[in-house]
Design a protein around this ligand. Sequence first.
Ligand SMILES: CC(C)(COP(=O)(O)OP(=O)(O)OC[C@H]1O[C@@H](n2cnc3c(N)ncnc32)[C@H](O)[C@@H]1OP(=O)(O)O)[C@@H](O)C(=O)NCCC(=O)NCCS
Length: 190
Amino acid sequence: MLPKDTTITTTRCMLSIPDESDFDMIFSASRYDGFNDGMQWDPPQSKDDLWIPLQNSIKSWENGMGYAFTIQSKDADPIKYGRISIRVTEEKGKWNLGYWIHPQYHGRGLMTECVEGIVNFGFNTLNAHTITANVSTWNKASEKVILNNGFMFSHHIPQGIKKNGAWVAENGFYLTKSSWEKCKEEKLIQ
Ligand SMILES: CC(C)(COP(=O)(O)OP(=O)(O)OC[C@H]1O[C@@H](n2cnc3c(N)ncnc32)[C@H](O)[C@@H]1OP(=O)(O)O)[C@@H](O)C(=O)NCCC(=O)NCCS
């Protein structure tokens, strides 16, 4: 288990373990049209619905099954931007990413930067050999974030996530430690 005060810093952001001070930002994001379409969750009906997911995130930290980080600015009075998580899969050494940014802050390169930070953390701190991400086929912004970090397409998943009773297809992407190191050497990614 990693200490709960573990943080990841990127150029503009500080990533740290979630707490209840995130609720306003999460609830606000979930109210935007279309925001939930690419997410696995059922959006909360009220802020009270966020307590159980928070407790689950903390439990995952404690049992080493996954590390969710709240993304915020490095300012003295930080702006909360969103979340990023890295969690175990059925295969030892293979970890999977999930992420979102509050719609108010889309298109500023924040998630590209945070994926870079968590990939570095995954390979260097968690000793991952491979990091994966599944992206709804329509979600071109998310796909771009992953591709811009050197991930490669692995497979198509016709029954990716279920939304309003219907399956939404996803594409699976992966990055191995060796291809990440090679990309860095060739300066294809930072
Ligand atoms: C996907 C998401 C995390 C991206 O966050 P972000 O901080 O806006 O992403 P960035 O600004 O770092 O990068 C977005 C990239 O997508 C591109 N992009 C944005 N909209 C696009 C579109 N409709 N078609 C193609 N590319 C698009 C941008 O140009 C940018 O690429 P570039 O850096 O090469 O120019 C954000 O849109 C989000 O939170 N969506 C809702 C939740 C979600 O879908 N999460 C992902 C689940 S897999």
